[in-house]
Design a protein around this ligand. Structure first.
Ligand code: KG4
Ligand code: ZN
Length: 353
């Protein structure tokens, strides 16, 4: 079954073609970063308009890349939420209308299900069950994934999402939007010994449970930055050291919670997905997990860790085409109505048989 995937939940237009027999056929991404950079963040109305401008040309391009015609499309998957309502409605409107015109089924995909299934597009996909650490600009959660559509949220952020904390701290450091990748690059120049001196907290790790809180880290970063300014300016090396200290605190916190989730569920696999999954520091720390466990003589189990490739950590159409394909193959489809759900809990999803 050949599925067209449409992702327009935020500031990236992602379009892909996935074939249930031969895998991913083509994918294209258009990032609106330049458009929003001048405002320091995503402007929802501009995002919607830009999706309108780019989505259909990208559909044509992926069809051309795959050597297919519109009439070869056998199903359509579009992100219906969570996300920005105007942006979602563009993808839903295009997806539903194309499905109606082509007389093929269409399915509304949950954006976070797309993220958590993204590692399935890799050559060595994880088997079920697994724990998913979903770290994006809007969500931070640990999910017990028993099967496609069988999700139990083990813990989530009570305030800022981790990507949001990266973006806000990057802004405080004078870095542009989107801040996560810029902060991560700056952190590479940080001095590990100096960064330890700032003593960033590891929020909510001193008590049991799997919830997160990241808004305090951003405030701690702000106070640290202000304390180290000389004549109202922050020395560039100190900025890099603070960036590294912030990133290390986030990574340590995520790792502590992942260890707890693995112990609690007994699952042997951990999937990390969402934009912050592209963070080098996080990827390194998770890959070094077996080694650090040995060094610290920790007896707790170490899971097999799975990431999507870098470009599928952040928003993309491939993950939506894939998630939608599984649902369409199981016979699920939507009525001919166009809707978007800006707020949508992943636990509401129907299982796929
Ligand atoms: O999953 P995503 O593309 O969009 C949402 O669903 O939100 O995630 C975007 C978030 C942004 O907050 C961005 O700053 C962050 O992921 N991000 C990163 C990195 N790349 C993207 N954060 C830290 N390090 C990175 N390398
Ligand atoms: Zn996302």
């Amino acid at each position: 079954m050949k599925i067209l995937g449409i992702e327009t939940s935020c500031d990236e237009t992602g379009i892909a073609l996935y074939d249930s027999n031969s895998g991913l056929l083509a994918h294209r991404l258009y990032s609106q970063v330049k458009l929003h950079a001048q405002y320091g963040g995503v402007v929802p109305e501009l995002a919607s308009r830009d999706h309108i401008r780019k989505a259909i040309p990208l559909v044509r391009e992926v069809l051309q890349d795959a050597g297919l015609k519109t009439s070869d499309i056998e199903g359509i998957a579009y992100t219906a939420g969570p996300g920005l309502i105007g942006a979602l409605l563009v993808g839903a409107g295009i997806g539903r209308s194309m499905a109606w015109a082509l007389d093929v089924p269409a399915v509304a995909v949950h954006h976070m299900e797309g993220h958590l299934l993204a590692p399935m597009l890799e050559p060595n996909p994880p088997a079920f069950p697994f724990v998913a650490l979903l770290v994006s600009g809007g969500h931070t959660m640990l999910v017990d994934v028993r099967a496609v559509g069988k999700y139990v949220i083990l813990g989530q952020s009570v305030d800022d999402a981790v990507g949001e904390a990266f973006d806000k701290t990057a802004k405080l450091l004078g870095l542009g939007y989107p801040g996560g990748p810029a902060l991560s690059l700056l952190a590479e120049k940080g001095d590990p010994d100096k960064s330890k001196e700032f003593k960033f907290p590891k929020p909510m790790t001193d008590r049991p449970g799997l919830d997160f809180s990241f808004s305090g880290l951003k405030t701690f970063a702000m106070n640290t930055i202000n304390k180290h300014k000389v004549d109202g300016k922050l020395d560039s090396q100190t900025g890099a050291d603070i960036a590294l200290a912030f990133q290390q605190a986030v990574v340590d916190t995520l790792l502590i919670k992942c260890k707890r989730a693995i112990k609690q569920t007994g699952h042997a696999r951990l999937v990390v997905a969402g934009g912050v999954g592209a963070n080098k520091g996080l990827r390194e720390a998770l890959n070094l997990w077996p080694q650090t466990n040995k060094e610290r003589k920790e007896a707790d189990p170490v899971p097999e860790v799975y990431f999507p490739r870098m470009e599928f950590c952040t928003d993309n159409g491939a993950m939506i085409a894939y998630a939608g394909c599984l649902r369409l193959l199981s016979g699920q489809k939507e009525e001919s109505v166009i809707y978007g759900k800006p707020r949508w809990t992943i636990e509401e999803l129907a299982p796929v048989n």
